[in-house]
Write a new protein. Sequence first.
Length: 168
Amino acid sequence: MQLKTIDKQLYRSRLNIVIVACIASLTVSSLAIAQILIQLFPSESGSNFHWNLLGVVISAIGLIMVLLKLKTHPKMQEVAYVWDLKQALNLIYRKNRKLLAAAKQGNADAMLALQFSYDGSRQLWQLDDNTITMSSLNEAQAQLDRWVEEYGVTLDVSTYHSGLLKAF
């Protein structure tokens, strides 16, 4: 995955549309499916919890399938990019302890993965207006910069790929 420049206002606008559309479709479809199931299979006890739950589950599965199909649509580009970025950052986060240990020993791939993580996190936090923990990110970046200088490593995040993480 490569980091891209994303227009924050366009991203927020499209994300809000996706969120509202998901909530509305999940609400309407789950109620409709549950009502159809209740009409087809009425319960003598009067409890329709299982039909309501099944309506929500079927609607959620349908919504996920629609989102996956629409992920490549041009109007979903920014939202899909952020979803993919979050997945890539999550993969790195799961290996963070090993990556930090390897970077401390001078491993260039570990440093590259950490640099991608820091740049991606910075971009993500700025897009979501979540700058509260930016100081801890800056501290981690400063530590990485010291290791890069100490070991004479050159980092180019455009060369990062998730395959680097298999070594850790």
